[in-house]
Design a protein around this ligand. Structure first.
Ligand SMILES: *Cc1c(COP(=O)(O)O)cnc(C)c1O
Length: 451
């Protein structure tokens, strides 16, 4: 199994990025539940023949769809160790929890947060955004809201840019505040939150007797990779005493890159940051993280006394507070291990360079687009995401993207920019090179010509 997976990552380039799944393969996964024991070698063969070739392919250098990380062999080996150890990171006195706490200290250092800041590995930024909304809700309403709930109308409203990720609205929904509590603030010409529009919206809500409580800025928008003007937004958050959250799902780790760090100025002023190690950080899925400046407020949002979770000062039940005091999960996997291995083995400099490199490749793709009369750039390229179009209508561009995906040569995705369909290439993978960008451009032009 180890050889198979090392071969897989070594020879990825020889495979299609993705391939359509034959019905016979799908049918293999309609088996009845096994009653008797089976043969592990057979299941492994089944995996090699029918699972591995039909994954989405985000480890492949030609994968540029959505915002997916590439993973590394180091992360893979660490996953094996953590599965073998089978540690439950809910809490108690164990070094695996110390590994996670060390990761928290490093995360604080990356974002220049104080020692009082807390943090937690979670599945992904969607969960990290949700936790941040709950802590902001505690900041606004006090811990009593955990008992009284929100059946009394509190009039809380939050703000995010019109291109904020859908998980922000979903977090408000799950927190009982409702998606209509989210004000979607207009964008400027660079697809960033318009700060004047933000202030106008806050004033309007205050005049209407509502209770603004949170601004969710985006560092690296999922559409085009725009970074909201976080420093200016932080000024407004301070003036109106609002919680400042940053959704930095993939963009926040730009802090590791010399070129990108200056663009993230102001992030150190945030009350909470949500981000993923599994995107630009290249850690295998899943490794989201939530960082909260006021650790006590974070704890008071989740900690729940229970007799079977009694803390001690000695023995296995020592080491309080535990990770389970900072989020909704009690059983938790050892996500910190693969992240620790990744940081130790590669170092932040190299990880930062691989982040810078994806941005340099995006600039190269932009140049290729500008040099081709058949292609048109659809949005500014601030980071690693390039939105463009073959000259023609929405339909031909949608067909090109599906055609590319089915060809296995390259895998971009689509989005809408100002109402028009765009081919969207998000370069996240450390394995992607110029030749992969060339292959994408050539295939778009060729397919466009045929269609
Ligand atoms: C990917 C992404 C998310 C969601 O993160 P998950 O890890 O997929 O839950 C949220 N916001 C932005 C800006 C993203 O790019």
């Amino acid at each position: 199994m180890l050889d198979d997976m090392l071969d897989y990552t070594e020879y990825l380039r020889n495979r299609p990025v993705w391939q359509p799944i034959p019905q016979e393969v799908r049918d293999l996964f309609q088996k009845p539940m096994p009653i008797k024991s089976g043969d592990m070698a057979e299941i492994h063969a089944m995996f090699m023949q029918n699972v591995l070739p039909y994954a989405i392919g985000n480890a492949h250098p030609g994968f540029m769809g959505w915002v997916h990380g590439g993973g590394t062999p180091v992360g893979m080996m660490a996953e094996m160790l953590s599965a073998g150890l089978n540690a439950n990171l809910g809490g108690r006195d164990q070094i695996p929890v110390e590994v996670e706490r060390q990761m928290l200290r490093w995360v604080r250092e990356i974002f220049a947060f104080p020692d009082t800041a807390s943090g937690l590995f979670v599945t992904g930024t969607s969960m990290a955004n949700f936790i941040s909304v709950l802590v902001a809700r505690t900041a606004a309403l006090g811990t009593a809201v955990r008992e009284t709930g929100l059946y009394l109308e509190h009039g809380l409203v939050a703000y995010a840019s019109a291109s904020a990720h859908v998980s922000i609205a979903q977090a408000l929904d799950m927190a009982g505040l409702g998606t209509s509590a989210l004000r979607k603030v207009a964008l400027d010409e660079n697809f960033r939150m318009d700060v004047n529009a933000l202030e106008a919206a806050i004033r309007r809500d205050l005049e209407a007797g509502l209770r603004p409580f949170m601004i969710a800025a985006t560092a690296g928008s999922v559409d085009v990779g725009a970074i909201d003007p976080i420093d200016e937004i932080a000024e407004l958050a301070k003036r109106y005493q609002l919680w400042l959250h940053v959704d930095g799902a993939y963009g926040a780790l730009g802090m590791l890159s010399e070129e990108i760090r200056p663009m993230l100025k102001g992030m150190e002023r945030a009350d909470s940051i949500a981000f993923d190690f599994h995107k630009w950080g290249q850690v295998p899925y899943d490794a989201g993280f939530v960082l909260v400046k006021d650790g006590e407020l974070h704890r008071s949002t989740f900690a729940s006394p229970a007799a079977y979770l009694q803390r001690e000062t000695r023995g296995m039940a020592a080491g309080s507070p535990w990770p389970c005091d900072f989020g909704p999960d009690l059983s938790r996997s050892f996500r910190a291990l693969k992240t620790w291995f990744t940081l130790e083995v590669y170092g932040t400099e190299k990880l930062g360079r691989s982040i810078s490199n994806t941005c340099a490749l995006a600039q190269y793709l932009k140049q290729c687009i500008e040099a081709s009369p058949m292609l048109e750039l659809m949005a500014p390229v601030a980071l690693n995401i390039v939105c463009f179009r073959y000259r023609g209508d929405d339909k031909i561009n949608a067909d090109i993207v599906v055609g590319l995906q089915e060809s296995g040569i390259a895998a971009p995705s689509t989005t809408k920019i100002n109402g028009r369909l765009a081919i969207r290439a998000a370069i996240v993978n450390h394995r992607t090179e110029r030749r992969d960008v060339d292959a994408l451009v050539n295939a778009v032009i060729e397919l466009g010509g045929k269609l």
